[in-house]
Ligand binder design. Sequence first.
Ligand code: ATP
Ligand code: MG
Length: 429
Amino acid sequence: MSKSLQAIRGMNDILPEQTPLWRYFEGTVARLLDNYGYKQIRMPIVEFTELFKRSIGEVTDIVEKEMYTFEDRNGDSLTLRPEGTAACVRAVLEHGITGGGQVQKLWYIGPMFRHERPQKGRYRQFHQIGLEVFNLDGPDIDAELIIMTWRLWGELGIRDAVKLELNSLGTSESRGRYREALVEYLSAHHDKLDEDSQRRLKTNPLRVLDTKNADTQAVLVDAPKMADYLDDESRAHFEGLKARLDAVGIPYVLNPKLVRGLDYYSKTVFEWVTDKLGAQGTVCAGGRYDGLVEQMGGKPTTGVGFAMGIERLVLMLETLEQIPEEISRQVDVYLCAFGEEAELAGLALAERVRDQLPNLRLQVNAGAGSFKSQFKKADKSGALYALILGDDEMAQQAVGFKPLRGQGEQQSIAWDALAAHLATCVVQG
Ligand code: ATP
Ligand code: MG
């Protein structure tokens, strides 16, 4: 195929054989969020570039080097969203739905875009399910977000493979004091830092804590600790969160180096990490961002949220072979008809059955074909049963009912009794 007809590097097609697992994952999360009382919001994929600069911060990896930014025909600078929080905050402000302290518990799902180096678990178009809560400032809601994800890992069968890392970044004041102490310490060891960290020291010093460079990590061993700079309020908040996780029995590890990539976090930050995916180990990450709404021009409004990467979680389900059996079968029943008269009768019969069993996955053979070829297609479809409509069956106003996957002889079922019979033998999702 000519080069111009290929997908863009790092932007993937999700093929029909993969979508059942995606839909299972997305459906499981959506049901859970419904049950906990969260409401879905849908924002545009493109926003003014300014939105991301103002919310995410000019000196973050995302804004510095990962955004897909372009000028539209009006000369406006637009950006494909790299994450969802900024647009969600923009939307609640624009529609005034967090005004007067109104609580909002929102979630969204969709593609995000970052110009990163594509590799396993890291793509340029990827998908997130994200969640944001506004106007609840206690540790109880931070705990709820974590408890909910814990339940999700349980339902998906991957709980043993993920670990919760927690930290508190304090208020912007206490973080400011910490930042000063950190800068002073790191400046005294400037020559031992890697180049990237030297640059970050000037632009976004907390991110030096994130470094993967071994020499810089060695310097960090004796660096000041955020925990020693936490203000009383943040400390109490963090204790409150930990007490709730303990009460529910959710294990966690404290990671003082967890700072998250974005500028806007305060107090709680957390990540769910796994060692099953190689280098791209974070499957869900979030935290509290009490200053963000005000920074974006709203009245003081607290916020807390997280986002999970769907590709990474789907990869985990595949890696750990946690793929429920029922999603691999997409057809329950396959109807084969031989001859024009049978085909017409089959169509009408199929519609009658669908009226009575709206959840039945009934596939009607298309493209006619010999007995052998239709039967082959029925088998390949994965269906549990084939329905056969030929001259004999037409004469009796019946269908042949043939189990495809196990024991059992073919039997004849009257048209009028077919739906009732199918209802007893096909478990409907
Ligand atoms: P990372 O450290 O892996 O780059 P991040 O801190 O940039 O992650 P967030 O902005 O917190 O990621 O996004 C939340 C989640 O979205 C991540 O934990 C991850 O699961 C997923 N994610 C982020 N970037 C990508 C990507 N380029 N491809 C696939 N998934 C991603
Ligand atoms: Mg990143």
